[in-house]
Write a protein that binds this ligand. Structure first.
Ligand SMILES: Cc1cc2nc3c(=O)[nH]c(=O)nc-3n(C[C@H](O)[C@H](O)[C@H](O)COP(=O)(O)OP(=O)(O)OC[C@H]3O[C@@H](n4cnc5c(N)ncnc54)[C@H](O)[C@@H]3O)c2cc1C
Ligand code: HEM
Length: 404
């Protein structure tokens, strides 16, 4: 049990951690990968290059230190992180390794300022947090194995179809290779897949949203080929999937996870706002609404570079035209025409030109795209008087936005 004195020490170290948070976690990751190189197979090493993972971990530790008196307020965050951890097969024994390197890093980064009392207090506090988190994650694993076709950890799936959806997005249809049932999921959830990278001699995991509604047969993922830009190299896994993974190949997959899911148990209107490949979880949600005959009025707002890069164009045209199941607004930022057809616009997604039709009471908004895209539309909706709890969003990377 953590003592009152130790809680006071933790609270007193918050300013120091705030100042050194990313430095500390940066040191921690370097240390951990030297002593436990097997964990390089578990982490997304590209996220280590851009500091996003270090920032996410530092923010989580700070939030914990600030709430040490009442860790229960952290449960929503513990649940969100837990989804990512479970999707990456993080187990209680990993917490012991992380704890060892975290405490050693506090000692090494703070030097003499890290007194034995501070280190003891942090060890007790870390173990408390680790217990809360791994306890919650164990419950999430149990839920996954209980459902029909459910599993925990990595399971082989076979690629039975590979479909080119646009100049940069290709879909893969993944069937359980044991030919058993495929577990259900909540539209909006993602899978992790991992590939062995011979040049690195390592496995590397990545998350991909399931881009189809549950169909009882397979999961569809739709992957954007991340090509080199300026000095940044080609994306490691997306290029390999596009160029080398073919029909008949086996991918290791973890069970669907994530809490960016649709609230389907009412008739409230829903507005989907996506940029580029950010449409994948939203396509799954929309398909499920249409398949289930939902009465929710749905609006689809999507922006991408140009018509060639526009994936699922025909599907949305069919659902909005013949089926009349959704209203669409499409933005192309590379096009010569001002407006080639109704509800198609030139430029970046701009909610303002769509007027008040998006502001019907009780509307729920689902946003997915790059971080700045989410921030822009979230901020604009808030400025129009929309309540934060009606706006749901997901970042395709470590969760670094703290908007609501
Ligand atoms: C919940 C969730 C759902 C997702 N769903 C989808 C989806 O449905 N479809 C989809 O396509 N993606 C999705 N993603 C993103 C996906 O997981 C991958 O991040 C994406 O495919 C890129 O992976 P990669 O291995 O190709 O690129 P990475 O190798 O991870 O590189 C990513 C970026 O970092 C840059 N980079 C790499 N190394 C360096 C370096 N040393 N210095 C500077 N920059 C560098 C690369 O140029 C690239 O732009 C999702 C992510 C999450 C978290
Ligand atoms: C108290 C301990 C821990 C805290 C506070 C913590 C916090 C976090 C946070 C905030 C994220 C980002 C979540 C997201 O992107 O949605 C994350 C992701 C992750 N965590 Fe943890 N974590 C802890 C323990 C661990 C352990 C023990 C492991 C395994 C060794 C681990 C491995 C990972 C991995 C692999 C990711 C995804 C990284 C990526 O995609 O780049 N974490 N964690």
């Amino acid at each position: 049990m953590i003592t009152t004195d130790q809680k006071n020490i933790i609270k007193a170290t918050v300013p120091v951690l705030k100042e050194n948070g990313v430095l500390l976690t940066d040191h921690f990751y370097k240390r951990m990968f030297v002593h436990n190189p097997e964990l390089k197979n578990v982490f997304n090493l590209s996220n280590q290059q851009n500091n996003r993972q270090q920032t996410a971990l530092a923010m989580a530790i700070l939030a914990y230190a600030e709430n040490i008196e009442n860790p229960a307020v952290l449960m929503p965050a513990v649940h969100g992180i837990g989804q990512k951890h479970v999707s990456l097969d993080i187990r209680p024994e990993h917490y012991i390794i992380v704890g060892k390197h975290l405490i050693a890093s506090i000692s090494e980064v703070l030097g003499e300022a890290a007194t034995p009392e501070i280190l003891d207090a942090w060890e007790v506090a870390y173990n408390q947090l680790a217990q809360i988190m791994s306890g919650h994650e164990n419950r999430l694993y149990s839920e996954k194995v209980k459902i029909k076709g459910g599993w925990s950890g990595w399971k082989p799936f076979v690629v039975k179809e590979k479909v080119i959806e646009s100049s940069e997005i290709t879909s893969f249809h993944l069937y359980p290779s044991d030919q058993g049932p495929v577990a259900g999921f909540a539209p909006g959830q993602y899978l992790s897949i991992r590939l062995f990278i011979p040049e690195l001699n390592l496995l590397q995991p990545r998350q991909y949203s399931i881009s189809s509604a549950p169909n009882g047969l397979y999961y569809r993922i739709s992957v954007k080929k991340e090509t080199a830009l300026n000095l940044n190299p080609d994306g490691l896994i997306s290029n390999r999937l596009h160029d080398f993974v073919n029909i008949g190949d086996i991918l290791e997959v973890t069970a669907p996870a994530g809490s960016f899911t649709l609230t389907a148990d009412n008739d409230h209107p829903v507005v989907f706002i996506s940029g580029g490949v950010g449409q994948t979880p939203l396509i799954s949600m929309l398909e499920e609404l249409i398949k289930s005959g939902s009465k929710k009025p749905a609006t689809w707002i999507h922006g991408c570079r140009n018509k060639k890069a526009h994936a699922f164009k025909e599907t949305i045209e069919y659902w909005s035209g013949e089926k009349k199941a959704v209203k669409k607004h499409i933005f192309y930022n590379e096009t010569d025409q001002e407006s080639e057809s109704e509800n198609q616009y030139k430029g970046w997604v701009d909610l303002n030109i769509l007027g008040d039709e998006l502001l019907t009471p009780n509307t729920e908004y689902y946003i997915c795209g790059p971080g700045p895209f989410i921030t822009k539309h979230y901020t604009e909706l808030i400025a129009k008087g929309i309540q934060a709890q009606s706006i749901h969003f997901e970042e395709f990377g470590p969760q670094t936005l703290h908007l609501n």
